[in-house]
Design a protein. Structure first.
Lengths: 122, 165
């Protein structure tokens, strides 16, 4: 049986963390432009991107740039800006938690590999 | 994925909001100023924010330097996410600081050295309420972006935990 440091699961978790970072990047850009007249909040479809990333891991493709689109259903202020502080605050917390989940999972995965490496040293 | 780029985005916003607060402070400080370098009373200043396109120089030169290596799948430098070629604004910048063209307020004070021949003195049209609301907005937006920086810092340090046993 062949053993690799980079497992399928660790690749998948890496993509998951990449996407959480992209989400945070969009949130940070929206927050930065909270007072820019005419700015429209940008968002991404996390689930669709994750599905695509999982397919990408299985087919050995590299990470693709995330497709970003303007968020629908937000109420624009009179200056044309539609960034919602509540939405961005929630997204910030969510992206952070996703990233931390990824860190914990990846840590466990590497821990498992370390255990396998040290299996005979007891 | 570049976590440090996020700090640049939030940092540009914090810089812009600080500048906005400074302009508000200058307005309030000069609420009674009747003499300026350009002559006449002080005029209220306002900042204009614009979504910045950032400085692509560093990333581009990095991508150029890594050359062909960047085309090999996951090793590539992921570009800023884009929607049909249109890049997401990586931050905000102050496009310009404009002067409020509103006419000065006239107050009758014939003893004032800057009084006109009719005895009226021109004072800047500055409303403390407007300025305070603007200052509050700047403070809140500054806090919002600084909490984003806090989140980014948390993510970077938790990423460092991966390698710890």
């Amino acid at each position: 049986m062949d053993m690799q440091i980079e497992t399928r699961l660790s690749d998948q978790i890496a993509r998951y963390m990449d996407l959480a970072t992209s989400e945070l990047k969009l949130t940070a850009a929206n927050m930065a432009n909270i007072d820019t007249p005419g700015y429209k909040a940008m968002g991404m479809d996390f689930e669709a991107e994750m599905r695509e990333a999982l397919n990408g891991v299985d087919q050995g493709r590299g990470a693709r740039p995330v497709s970003v689109k303007a968020v629908d259903g937000l109420i624009a202020r009179p200056d044309g800006n539609n960034v919602s502080m509540d939405r961005e605050g929630l997204n910030l917390a969510e992206a952070q938690l996703k990233f931390k989940t990824g860190v914990a999972l990846l840590h466990q995965e590497y821990q498992r590999e370390m255990d396998a490496i040290h299996a005979d040293s007891k | 994925m570049n976590l440090f780029g996020l700090m640049e985005t939030s940092g540009s916003a914090m810089q812009a909001e600080r500048m906005r607060a400074e302009v508000v402070a200058a307005n309030m400080a000069n609420a009674e100023t009747t003499r300026t370098a350009s002559g006449g009373p002080y005029h209220r200043q306002m900042v204009v924010f614009a979504a910045s396109q950032g400085d692509p120089g560093f990333l581009n030169s990095l991508a150029d330097a890594s050359g062909g290596a960047s085309s090999t799948g996951s090793a590539s430098m992921p570009a800023m996410p884009s929607t049909n070629g249109e890049a997401v604004a990586p931050g905000v910048e102050i496009a310009q600081v404009v002067e409020d063209p509103a006419a000065p307020l006239k107050r009758y004070d014939p003893g004032h050295p800057d009084a006109g021949p009719d005895g009226y003195v021109s004072y800047p049209d500055i409303n403390p309420l407007t300025e305070m609301v603007d200052l509050m907005g700047a403070t809140r937006a500054y806090g919002l972006n600084s909490s984003a920086v806090q989140a980014e810092k948390g993510m970077i340090s938790s990423a460092l935990e991966i390698a710890k046993s």
